[in-house]
Ligand binder design. Structure first.
Ligand SMILES: [Zn+2]
Length: 116
């Protein structure tokens, strides 16, 4: 248990260091205690699928920012590995790392939104 705690404390993506002890004591069940900034692969995949299906139906890009822009990528469907997960409500402003708050953006737009 001590090793687990140290490993988590070394993880820079965990904002709430003081909750690590509670998380470990609770059998490592409640991940929301850790307020992890990085989306899990499964969350990203789910968000990607949801967005891509909706975008194809509308005939627009699956990057929501490309879709509203007036450019060559307006109708482009990006591959999963061409996109990055973004927090709809910024993580720094208390936005959760959850599927509801996850939006996939093309790498260009994700980068231009800055480090959140
Ligand atoms: Zn884009």
């Amino acid at each position: 248990m001590r090793i687990m705690k140290l490993r988590l404390q070394a993880d820079e993506s965990i904002k709430c260091q003081r909750n690590i002890y509670e998380y470990v004591l609770g059998g490592e069940q409640d991940k929301s205690l850790l307020q992890i900034r990085l989306f899990e692969e499964s969350t990203k995949r789910a968000a990607y699928t949801r967005q891509t299906e909706a975008a194809k139906e509308k005939g627009v890009s699956n990057c929501p920012l490309c879709a509203i822009g007036d450019n060559a990528n307006k109708t482009r469907i990006y591959k999963f590995n061409e996109m990055d997960a973004d927090h709809v409500t910024a993580w720094s402003k208390g936005g959760a790392t959850s599927i509801e708050n996850c939006e996939m953006l093309c790498k260009t737009h994700n980068r231009s939104k800055g480090n959140k």
